[in-house]
Design a protein around this ligand. Structure first.
Ligand code: PLP
Length: 387
């Protein structure tokens, strides 16, 4: 019987027998790796050849992520953004056309609008809700459809099988940024993706102390990914990989709690008079809820709310004095976060109407009662300051 996911998360990428019984793959620090003979040097016929090209430490994380995502091969990058840019560079050259979701992570958009365009790649942004309608935007030179589902600020759920159908019909690849769901709650390769990206920085790392990304690909797409990743010289530090692996082993239990607390907060927020809208794919009120139910097996702890219009001072009174929610970028750590988000300039194909301030919330691992009480006190301050 094939082991289930929660078993794989414990066993994947581990080989204690190869390390004197030590449970965790040790940190191998390496630049030079020695060859025993001229023949071995010439043929490179050994598992590891040079630090930049891999060590047992890196291989452990790569193997684990490939197993969990359901892809053939994984490579690691020094940030999630580097995973996005490396994957795009791998498949695109001057004269090619990229279809990019309008809900894309801001820095990924910036890369497309600067480096890619400067190098003669045509970039069109599409409505994340377009589904099979993407076929009408395909051009003879379209090489990549890039999706991020759900978007990490506005949480549109994308129809990946429909995008994949159109892409493959036209000879293009589908790259999915799968960071929100993590490899546990969405299986990109079962839904037609060729490449899946994780910002390991978020849930896989899980402790707000490591920057890393991964690119996982099918056997066929992996050739292109590995070639570009190696040519550019991407590599990661073994200590960081150790942290990522350590975080990953508890991903399933953490994520389940993030999901539960996120939903508890989201449902409570739906009943608050200060809140105009709760944007959470696992709530029936979400426009992408049916797609989420069809394709995902869970939700992470990240969602947004739109407040009713209020003054900046009132928003400050609410957010500046919270006890448990930090204000800062990234998410996926054990701690709760809340950040006001400005959508200005990060939409071009669609508009996202908000009647008041948009707040992105990350539900951490604190007790949900404390998190609710903290928000409740925040709303009281907001109302008092709003007059
Ligand atoms: C954070 C994030 C990234 C970038 O990851 P970094 O490690 O911060 O570079 C990419 N995609 C999504 C969806 C993210 O949330």
């Amino acid at each position: 019987m094939k082991p289930k996911q929660d078993t794989l998360i414990v066993t994947a990428g581990r080989d204690p027998d190869a390390h004197f019984g030590v449970v965790n793959t040790p940190v191998y620090r390496a630049s030079t790796i020695l060859f025993p003979t001229v023949e071995a040097l010439k043929t490179r016929n050994q598992p590891y050849t040079y630090g930049r090209r891999g060590t047992p430490t890196l291989a452990a994380l790569q193997e684990a992520i490939a197993t969990l995502e359901g892809g053939a091969k994984t490579v690691l990058t020094p940030s999630g953004l580097a995973a996005v840019t490396t994957a795009l560079i791998a498949f695109l050259k001057t004269g090619d056309h990229l279809l990019m979701t309008d809900s894309i992570y801001g820095p990924s958009r910036h890369f497309c609008d600067t480096i890619l365009k400067r190098n003669g790649v045509e970039v069109d942004y599409y409505d994340p809700a377009i589904g099979a309608g993407i076929a009408a935007m395909m051009k003879p030179n379209t090489r990549v459809i890039f999706a991020e589902s759900p978007g990490s600020i506005t949480f549109e759920v994308q129809d990946i099988p429909a995008l994949a159908g159109a892409a493959h019909e036209g000879g293009a690849k589908v790259i999915v940024d799968n960071t929100w769901a993590s490899p546990l709650y969405f299986k990109p390769f079962e839904h037609g993706a060729d490449v899946s990206i994780q910002a390991i920085t978020k849930y896989l790392g899980g402790h707000s102390d490591v920057m890393m990304g991964s690119i996982t690909a099918t056997e066929e797409a992996a050739k292109t990914v590995l070639a570009a990743h190696g040519a550019i010289g991407m590599t990661v530090a073994p200590d960081d990989v150790f942290l990522a692996l350590r975080g990953m082993r508890t991903l399933s239990v953490r994520l389940e709690r993030h999901m539960r607390t996120g939903l508890t907060l989201a449902r409570w927020l739906e009943g608050r008079p200060e809140v105009a809208q709760v944007i959470h794919p696992a709530l029936p009120s979400h426009p992408g809820h049916a797609l989420w139910r069809r394709d995902f097996t869970g939700a992470s702890g990240l969602f947004s709310i739109v407040l009713k219009p209020c003054t900046d001072a009132a928003l400050g009174a609410m957010l500046d004095n919270l006890d448990y929610y930090g204000m800062g970028w990234s998410w996926g750590g054990f701690e709760s976060l809340i950040v006001p988000q400005d959508l200005t300039g990060i939409r071009t194909a669609t508009t996202f109407a908000c009647e008041g301030p948009l707040l992105r919330i990350h539900a951490g691992l604190e007790d949900p009662d404390d998190l609710i009480a903290d928000l409740e006190a925040g709303f009281a301050r907001l109302n008092a300051a709003n007059g």
